[in-house]
Design a protein around this ligand. Structure first.
Ligand code: OOB
Length: 543
């Protein structure tokens, strides 16, 4: 495996870039400057809190500067990529701001990712190091990092927050060095992971300019001030809790970030009460659990002003129950790691807040809603959503075939979502054109799971589809044809997938064995047609 991969970049056409600057969206600010500025303005204000730490803005900057110097002393150079797998703990911030200050590029993995995914991210990005936490919620990340390093020889260092273990660099040993580089605000700040509708996840390059615009404006739309307290309940590496307005929007506003180790109602409610949390964001299944738990909780939730719900469709009936049960304003968020984010506004009428997924952040978000032939649909009719704008990427990193599929020649991103637009520009998400499963906000590629199942010797063929699920929104169902003479069982296939080192949320929720894939289509049919047929047959037979 060669490790020389291009430095990530993201390029908008000159005329659009000039417009985005002239309109004040892109202000030439970097993450590093943002933290320095906030630490200078209010050094003693609390910035980040978790179960073990309470750090002011000055503490955070000092720790980030030590980390930045330490990374460079290890031999890393500006532009190098660093795989980051850190759960919701305060040290996430010095670790990643340290990377930003050193001009290094974090590649954000989720805590749920395992070696198969991590090795792919390392190879695709050409990562030179990893930063991890020792353990979290009962899982030890150090042996996992060793497995990754063994397969991705470009990774020269594993930096560990907590107890380092053999051959690793303790995060706390990193020391400020002689000087930090100038960082170009139009350069790529980090790579995020796409949910991915086909095959393996793609890497999403976001620049300082474009990302800071998205969370600065999000913070304004969500009413954040220096007195706000944001609870990070979802995994911080997700775009939603990271930037909508998320932890970075909160820090931009000079607010306080509270890190929840998990989104369970008991964990979140006790933090809301203890820290006076004013705003947080969750996926629909978490919102359902919180609404059910609210009536019996001993915790005082009265500080909570806004509950954001996004990542998957929140049905209007559930949306209408947020205020009566939790006593706060609901904000629906429909976004994507590739860019575009839509919000219902805090003062929107009830029917907009409960019945739509909001409208875009920016007046320069260009949205097209097209029929199957690529023609605009009449206003109010459903169609394919395409978008481009000042914080939506124009290309994935190092992935020409995905780029050819996902972007039009004039730079619109094909979201794969089917939406309709109401007067006022509000969107209602109707469904999806692609073949991924949106399982409680985690996006799972059917093709990726099928490829794992096909690697099992007792599997002749497999097709993975989404099935509606009352709680998860969607669950995954694998239809499997056993190989001749074999009779595999569901637990065996699930254990096999876990053994291949993939995130647990990708293991099929349900496995249905079928003798063959009957299909009405003639000849060699596409996987999409097959999946659609299996899904509708299953739904007909079970309802
Ligand atoms: C967020 O980002 P991703 O990249 O994990 O997933 C994006 C996809 C969208 O294309 C759409 O299919 C789905 O997730 N989605 C929603 C939704 N929000 C996202 N579908 C229906 N209703 C919603 N409210 O999921 C994400 C990124 C930033 C903010 C919020 C969510």
């Amino acid at each position: 495996m060669t490790q020389t991969q291009p430095i990530p970049q993201q390029i908008w056409p000159d005329d659009l870039a000039a417009r985005y600057r002239q309109r004040g969206y892109w202000r030439g600010e970097t993450f590093g400057q943002m933290l320095r500025d906030r630490a200078a303005r209010h050094p003693d204000r609390l910035a980040v809190v978790d179960g073990a730490n309470r750090w002011t803005y000055a503490d955070l900057l000092a720790r980030a500067e030590s980390a930045a110097g330490g990374y460079l002393t290890l031999g890393l150079r500006p532009g190098d990529r660093v795989l980051v797998q850190i759960p919701n703990i305060a040290p996430f911030f010095p670790a990643v701001f340290g990377l930003f200050l050193a001009g290094l590029i974090p590649v954000y993995a989720l805590p749920a990712h395992r070696q198969t995914e991590l090795i792919h991210f390392a190879a695709r990005s050409g990562a030179k190091a990893m930063v991890i936490a020792d353990r979290h919620e009962g899982f030890d990340y150090r042996p996992l990092a060793d497995l990754v390093r063994a397969e991705a020889p470009g990774i020269a260092h594993v930096v560990v927050i907590g107890e380092p273990g053999g051959g690793h660099v303790p995060f706390d040993s990193l020391q400020a060095g002689p000087g930090l580089p100038q960082v170009d605000p139009s350069s790529v700040a980090f790579l995020q992971i796409s949910g991915g509708s086909t095959g393996l996840s793609k890497l999403i390059p976001r620049t300082h300019d474009d990302y800071i615009y998205s969370f600065r404006e999000s913070a304004r739309i969500c009413g954040l001030t220096g007195d706000s307290v944001y609870l990070c309940a979802l995994p911080v590496a997700h775009n939603f809790p990271m930037s909508s307005p998320g932890v970075f929007g909160a820090l931009h506003a000079g607010a306080r970030v509270v890190m929840a180790p998990n989104p369970a109602a008991e964990t979140a409610f006790s933090l809301i009460a203890r820290e006076g949390v004013t705003i947080t964001g969750v996926v629909p299944p978490v919102a359902l659990l919180w609404m059910a738990a609210a009536a019996k909780t001993p915790h005082d939730l009265s500080s909570l002003q806004v509950l954001q719900v996004g990542g998957a469709k929140f049905i209007p009936e559930a949306a209408a129950r947020v205020r009566p049960t939790l006593g706060c304003t609901l904000q629906q968020v429909f976004g994507m790691a590739e860019g575009l984010v839509n919000y219902t506004r805090l003062d929107d009428p009830e029917e907009i807040v409960t019945g739509t997924q909001g409208r875009p952040i920016s007046p320069d978000d260009e949205l097209l809603i097209l029929d199957d032939n690529g023609d605009p649909v009449p206003e109010g009719e459903p169609g394919h959503l395409l978008t481009r704008g000042p914080y939506t990427i124009r290309a994935y990193h190092n992935d020409p075939s995905a780029n050819a599929r996902s972007f039009t020649p004039d730079g619109f991103y094909r979201t794969g979502d089917i939406v309709k637009r109401l007067p006022g520009g509000y969107l209602v998400v109707q469904g999806r054109a692609g073949d991924h499963i949106n399982r409680a906000g985690e996006k799972i590629s059917a093709e990726e799971i099928e490829d794992h199942l096909l690697a099992h010797p007792a599997v002749f063929d497999a097709a993975v589809v989404s099935i509606p699920d009352e709680f998860l929104g969607e669950r995954s169902c694998a239809f499997v044809i056993a190989a001749e003479g074999a009779s595999p069982r569901a637990p065996e296939l699930k254990a096999f997938m876990r053994g291949r080192g993939v995130a647990d949320f990708k293991v099929p929720d349900q496995v249905v064995f079928v003798p063959e894939f009957q299909t009405t289509a003639v000849g060699k049919i596409s996987r999409n047609v097959l999946r659609a047929e299996l899904r509708s047959r299953y739904l007909k037979e079970t309802t």
